[in-house]
Design a protein around this ligand. Sequence first.
Ligand code: AMP
Ligand code: ZN
Length: 480
Amino acid sequence: MELRLYNTLTKKKEPFRPLDPANVRMYVCGPTVYDFAHIGNARPVIVFDVLFRLLRHVYGADHVTYVRNITDVDDKINARAARDFPDLPLNEAIRKVTEETEKQFHADVDALGCLRPNVEPRATEHIPEMRAIIEKLIEGGHAYVEQDHVLFAVASMQTYGRLARRSLDEMLAGARIDVAPYKRDAMDFVLWKPSKPGEPSWPSPGGIAVEGRPGWHLECSAMAWKHLGEQFDIHGGGIDLVFPHHENELAQSCCAFHHDRMANVWMHNGFLQVEGEKMSKSLGNFVTIRELREGWAGYAWPGDALRFAMLGTHYRQPIDWTAKTLDEAHKTLWRWYGDLDGVSAAPAAPDEVLALLADDLNTSGAIAVLHALHKSGRLAELRAALMFLGFSCEQLQLQRRSVIGTTLEVEMTNAPIKVIVQSLSEAEVEQRIAARAAARAAKNWAESDRIRDELAAMGVVLKDGKGADGKPVTTWEVAR
Ligand code: AMP
Ligand code: ZN
């Protein structure tokens, strides 16, 4: 079976030809571990899990290496550690935050039916590789030391900008926002920087006397090199990573190892959006995987429902997130799994499904075939196809969350799910928001998170922002 994959580098769908069919190698940028992952973060995890399964099918399960890193050095992690564990030394606090978050992440993506990658390297365990890349770049004239920083010299690479296909002017406009005195050129980016007192730090490369820490882009170049070699087959992540993250990874690796390619195929998933905007932590318009599993819009949703809702759209298209999509996904699976009770899987997923997946992961097309299989009673094939796509096929439960003063009826078949704020008046929501603001003012984060989660379980989503006067304000809306 021939795979065809869309390559961001060439802007074309191309036949996939691995460098070594006995070891097909894929790297996907993983989470920064400081907080629960939201369902936008779940999208690349699910999409590349489907690709991983397909590659294992085509090349053999022992002939695919999937690496997804864990970014455990980052300003957001430091801030979270200082906030949550003010009495611990920072390094210890950081370890607590990253270990805890990594566990949560695994539990969440396991529940979404995602296989674990073969390797999940942590950035902090690859500092020697990062230093080695920096030394190679300095030696080759691609990097320089300035004021205890090491910078990548963008002008030293003629093809810089090739992946993002941005003009120099566009990239410069972005870079000018952050002109630092240690940069020779506004577009140069940090490979290594000095650590502030108390921050994690390691001996620096390039003859720098003070200790420092790596830049984000460098981490992935180092981990991909260590686990997949100087060149590999597929590099993936969300579309927001194309520039600058992937452009810079590519620049570092190509210049350090003297190749014209880092990965042959670059693949990027589109955004999960809320009302046309990217779901993100900073916009406050997010739902965590954990909330969904434990209580969102009044229900604890099975992971399969999110997976199904996600795969209903082609991975390069944006998805507009609504409770209705999730509800419909759940109902479809609920009905199918009921009908599949006692039916064993056919020996293989139908060719038609595989052919659609092989065509740049046409999961929405594959799901249309699944509907047809159900309709025509080809249930053994339906089960095989669902299992191929990573679904549990175990009868789903939609659990009602206990909600203060509210009775919920779960209608599994026809009626859409009712969002349940009827019994919570606006004044009651405002009262809880005020209690949360008070908890935050007293730095009682556990209580503030508890109130936010409690409201979320009732379908009320809080958005933290700033008012016209610059002071923090929290607004709310009903998740639908
Ligand atoms: P981050 O933790 O923001 O670095 O994101 C981890 C991964 O999730 C990256 O591959 C991002 O591109 C991806 N991602 C973040 N937000 C979204 C979103 N709203 N929709 C789809 N992918 C996203
Ligand atoms: Zn990366």
